[in-house]
Design a protein around this ligand. Structure first.
Ligand code: TGC
Ligand code: FAD
Length: 388
């Protein structure tokens, strides 16, 4: 957290290494992202490769993975990094999540040694960009019903279908693609220059504009067996990757919320109406106080899950759902309330608040919508499966 937002001295719960990592990531976000991000957002363009190389130099890509040029950091250190990146912009955190927690994690966890050697060091360095294709135009919350097909043709595999809303797809070097074969769901590390693979940029986004999002078409994409992720069998494999990325969002969303509250406090103490600072009005103070409670509770939740993961080695999916549901829901509520405190200026790109609020609309939907996380938690509480 950042004084004066850290009323509970939550900073003391981080160790020196975690604070050092936070300082480094905050510096790169301040130097390389904040001065430019409003322009990227306005133009709907972001220098993904340049940023990836910067983040690669700092070991932020696949940061919590081991070997193959990855930093092997703790879950909490990774979370703290996500928080600082998303305090700058959710799209920038998304770049790091998709690269490290989705594309790299899938190859690291389910890939062959040859696939790991081929892709991971370059991806960790930010020289190669990865994307993760699970969602389809007609199957988002329900990937089990995916239409993309993987069929055997002699020794090869042939992929046909399409993926929608895929972060970094338009510029990726490798796409992790999930497809249904006769024996269930398979994963493939697809070089994006394979004939039949195309990705087009999705335009007119009103959210996450400082992020590249694409639609992938797979038209008879012929791959050798060596492109299949040999250890990935069934839907469990891609869903386990989501657990990784959702963890980063639990932290990241609190970064976006923190940035909004920082700006709102600053604005409330300097903007005067009726002859005094608007922060002196009781209604404004009530808003600020309530937001600060949610921010601190959200940080504690993220930290608890991070410590649990570092000690137990893994989190159960429903534990991650508790964090994603709560922290993103509270972050978007904070962003919207901060927007009201800034009045008309709240809708201006001169301030980051509306950008964060708009970004959080995507964050609320991707990596499992709020409703999906409610149902995952509901199933654990009742033993009744709403999806079946
Ligand atoms: P279900 O029968 O519940 O599960 C199938 C198998 O998978 C296991 N499992 C998980 N394992 C690890 N982590 C998880 N989170 C898991 N969830 C389920 C489960 O135990 C089972 O294993 P087994 O051994 O019995 O086979 O599957 P279902 O078809 O009923 O679906 C359940 C549901 C709805 C929760 C799941 O489909 C879901 O999570 N849907 C939401 C889809 C989603 O979140 N898509 C995200 C796409 S990626 C993205 O958005 C990137 S955004 C960019 C960024 O991250 O920045
Ligand atoms: P739908 O599944 O059609 O849901 C529509 C509405 O119906 C939601 O409110 C949902 O909660 C509700 N709903 C659905 N089922 C139920 C139910 N059983 N009970 C109650 N309500 C239900 N995907 C990837 O694979 N890779 C990526 O890199 C990626 N990046 C993304 C980047 C952005 C900017 C965005 C916006 C999305 C991205 N996604 C990505 C896709 C994202 O994961 C999906 O949008 C998300 O999973 C929801 O799917 P959907 O959009 O098809 O909505």
């Amino acid at each position: 957290m950042v004084a004066p937002l850290d009323l509970l001295d939550l900073d003391t719960l981080l160790n020196d290494e975690e604070r050092d990592i936070r300082a480094v990531v905050r510096r790169v976000a301040d130097d390389k992202v904040r001065p430019h991000v409003a322009g990227w957002y306005e133009n709907g363009q972001v220098p993904v490769r340049e940023l990836a190389r910067e983040f690669g130099k700092l070991g932020l890509l696949g940061m919590h993975l081991t070997g193959y040029g990855c930093a092997g950091a703790s879950a909490v250190a990774y979370g703290v990094a996500c928080m600082e990146l998303e305090a700058a912009d959710s799209g920038v955190r998304s770049l790091v999540s998709v690269q490290g927690s989705l594309a790299m994690y899938a190859i690291w966890k389910y890939g062959s040694e040859e696939q790991k050697q081929r892709w991971l060091p370059g991806m960790a360095a930010g020289e190669l960009i990865g994307c993760f294709g699970l969602t389809e135009p007609d199957h988002g919350s329900d990937p089990a019903n995916m239409s993309t097909r993987a069929r055997r043709d002699g020794a090869d595999w042939v992929l046909d279908g399409g993926k929608m809303w895929i972060t970094n797809a338009p510029l990726a070097d490798v796409a992790v693609i999930w497809a249904r074969g006769e024996e269930g769901v398979f994963g493939f590390a697809v070089p994006t220059d394979t004939p039949g693979f195309t990705a087009r940029e999705i335009k007119n986004k009103m959210s996450l504009r400082a992020s590249s999002t694409g639609e992938i078409t797979l038209d008879g994409v012929r791959l050798p067996e060596s492109a299949r992720l040999p250890e990935a069998r069934g839907l469990k494999a891609p869903l386990s990757c989501l657990t990784e990325a959702r963890f980063g969002i639990i932290w990241g969303s609190m970064g976006a919320a923190r940035d909004c509250l920082r700006v709102a406090i600053d604005y409330a103490t300097t903007r005067e109406q009726f002859g005094r600072p608007i922060g002196g009005f009781q209604l404004t103070q009530a808003k600020l106080a309530d937001m600060s409670l949610e921010l601190q509770k959200g940080f504690l939740l993220a930290l608890h899950l991070g410590r649990l993961r570092d000690s137990a080695g893994a989190l159960r999916p429903e534990q991650v759902s508790v964090g994603k549901l709560n922290n993103v829901r509270e972050a978007i509520a904070i962003a919207r309330t901060c927007r009201t405190i800034l009045g008309g200026n709240g809708i201006s790109g001169e301030y980051p608040v509306m950008r964060h609020a708009n970004n959080l609309e995507s964050v609320l939907t991707y990596e499992g919508t709020s409703e999906i996380h409610q149902l995952i938690i509901g199933q654990k509480l009742t033993g009744l499966n709403a999806f079946a």
